[in-house]
Design a protein around this ligand. Structure first.
Ligand SMILES: Nc1nc2c(ncn2[C@@H]2O[C@H](COP(=O)(O)OP(=O)(O)OP(=O)(O)O)[C@@H](O)[C@H]2O)c(=O)[nH]1
Ligand SMILES: [Mg+2]
Length: 565
């Protein structure tokens, strides 16, 4: 009861694990066996797996235990599929075949034809497993099997990698492994490697059948058994259970209904061991131990893989971070440099302002000339004053253009410089002194005109119109008057230039301020690259798996401690 509760807690850990829900995760090939192990954890039947080298007599040992040739044995054939013998009131053979996409199909076949599904031909160079057969289950009314045992016969470990792998995989579903050795040549290097692996996997739930004792001289049998036992102990297996037997003889004797096989104590003792495990709580402990052992081995592998990957990802992430930091620093300093250059160019702009001033004067004079040419009543304050608008617009446009050129190609929004607008009172409000100055200049021009045109000082614009009207008919004087007027106008416009320059400089300085803010706002920032992003995700994933594996391992350790196995 206690054990089942503990298994339940492990099951819950598996069911609740988010890492096992993520089937696309990079460690899935390591985690899937853990997810699939739920079936083994909750499996009612205890699997006793017979494992060993090619032709040592595994199938014969199983048959000897069953007391009949349940498993087919031929000299030129070998066991080609995992064959399970499980309790059933009636003899029955079920063949499981693999279908596409990992699904399987089960068919019941006549008991007599079982050999064709189990055996494979080893007489030719190419060893072929019976086509598509995944495993064969034989139902047998053998009292030993009732209620919990399933005996599992596996293909011998030999040169066929796929078959060997299949046999090893079956070990990961085992509650007890019976390693069958041949007494005539026991414990080859390959067998020793397999023993070490299995012993660790099922946490010591392993016994040994030393078969073919008839092939050892009578006088050397005791020595052989003792040698095997000592060798196993040297491999770290404490008090190994070694059952020496002659399975072929036992089988024959049993088939004949003779009880003499009892004389073959080895196999009889193995059967007694199995019965004892089945009928006492020892079996339950045994089963839990191997299942925890296998789970632990899966966890160890998953942990080792993920811990190594985690470390590699962390190292790579660190390298990438440094690389990106270097790039960022370079980008930031290039950006700062660009902004500084633009600021410098903006300052240089100021040097162009006198030229803008010249253009302004020319533009204004040209406007006045146009006015004079097309309008005889040009001596009108309003008309003269209106000529400022296009000149100021052109001045503003020129200043805006040189500023734009200076900061190009930065994608920075800069307000237009627009003195004309300011003067007309729209949108941008210029300091009143500008308007005053402009007004003053116009007034000055008018005043100047008045001084030049007539002896009456402080003449008004309206009066000019009236006064000058008198000279219009005098052509020469008229031309001269225009020239003089233009000179005065030009002078007046020139007087305005310093004020415009101050305004333009203020504008340039404000653009400079905006540029500084723009530079700070748009300073290149650290940004995750796609590679970094996906590596961070990997890091999180591996970290999570590593943590989960560790916690799971700790739970297993505490269960083992608690129930002292
Ligand atoms: N002399 C002798 N021969 C045996 C003994 N046990 C089995 N054999 C013979 O050894 C041969 C192979 O026996 P299997 O039981 O098929 O051996 P296996 O290990 O299952 O073989 P694979 O499944 O093909 O690896 C058969 O001819 C058996 O009759 C034994 O105790 N003594
Ligand atoms: Mg066999």
């Amino acid at each position: 009861m206690k054990l089942i509760t503990r298994v339940d807690s492990l099951l819950q850990m598996i069911l609740d694990a988010p890492v096992l829900a993520n089937k696309g995760g990079k460690a899935w090939s390591y985690l899937q066996p853990i997810a699939d192990f739920r079936q083994v954890l909750t499996r009612v039947r205890w699997h006793v797996t017979f494992f060993g080298a090619f032709k040592v007599g595994k199938s014969t040992v199983v048959n000897a235990i069953c007391g009949s040739a349940v498993l087919p044995i031929r000299n030129n054939r070998a066991t080609g599929v995992v064959t399970k013998i499980t309790y059933a009131p009636e003899k029955k053979v079920v063949v499981t075949t693999c279908l596409a996409q990992g699904s399987s199909n089960q068919i019941t076949v006549p008991y007599e034809s079982r050999a064709e599904y189990i055996l494979l031909d080893v007489s030719s160079a190419i060893v072929r497993a019976p086509r598509g057969v995944e495993e064969v289950t034989v139902g047998l009314a053998l009292p030993l099997l009732h209620p919990s045992y399933t005996l599992v016969d596996t293909p011998g470990i030999m040169d066929d990698a796929a078959l060997t792998a299949r046999s090893f995989r079956e070990l990961e579903r085992s509650d007890l492994v019976v390693m069958v050795l041949s007494a005539s040549k026991p414990l080859s290097t390959r067998e020793k490697d397999a023993i070490r692996h299995i012993h660790a996997l099922v946490d010591g739930n392993m016994v040994f059948v030393l078969n073919r004792m008839d092939e050892v001289e009578d006088g050397e049998q005791a020595e052989t058994i003792s040698w095997v036992r000592v060798s196993l102990e040297r491999m770290g297996i404490k008090q190994p259970r070694v059952y020496a037997t002659r399975a072929q003889v036992v089988l024959r004797e049993k088939e004949r209904g003779r009880g003499s096989y009892v004389a073959e104590r080895g196999l009889w003792e193995l059967e007694q061991f199995l019965i004892h495990q089945r009928d006492t709580s020892a079996g339950e402990y045994m089963v839990l131990r191997s299942r925890l052992g296998i789970l632990r081995s899966y966890l160890t592998q998953a942990y080792a893989y993920c811990a190594a990957e985690l470390q590699a990802v962390q190292v790579k992430l660190e390298q990438l971070a440094q690389q990106e930091q270097r790039k960022l620093e370079a980008n930031q300093s290039a950006w700062k440099k660009q902004i500084a250059e633009k600021r410098f160019q903006l300052m240089i702009c100021k040097q162009q302002l006198p030229r803008c001033g010249e253009w302004f004067v020319n533009a204004y004079v040209a406007e006045i000339q146009r006015l004079m040419e097309k309008d005889t009543k040009w001596r009108d304050t309003k008309k003269l004053s209106d000529c400022f608008v296009p000149a100021l617009q052109s001045y503003s446009a020129n200043v805006s253009r040189i500023v734009r050129d200076a900061i190009s190609p930065l994608d920075m929004t800069v307000p237009q410089f627009n003195l004309a607008q300011a003067q007309s009172g729209a949108e941008v409000k210029l300091p009143t002194d500008v308007a005053a100055v402009v007004g003053g200049v116009v007034g000055g021009i008018i005043g100047g005109l008045a001084i030049f045109i007539g002896p009456i000082s402080a003449i008004t614009g309206a009066t000019i119109g009236v006064t000058t009207g008198r000279w219009i008919s005098k052509k020469v004087f008229h031309v001269d008057a225009q020239r003089k007027a233009l000179e005065v106008i030009e002078k007046g416009a020139l007087n305005l230039v310093p004020t415009l320059t101050v305004e333009a400089e203020k504008y340039i300085d404000s653009v400079g301020k905006t540029l500084t803010e723009f530079g700070e706002l748009n300073m290149p920032q650290a940004q995750l690259t796609t590679e970094q992003f996906s590596m961070q995700e990997d890091e999180r994933y591996y970290r999570e798996v590593v943590k989960w594996c560790r916690e799971f391992q700790e739970t297993i350790t505490s269960i083992k401690k608690e129930i002292a196995i």
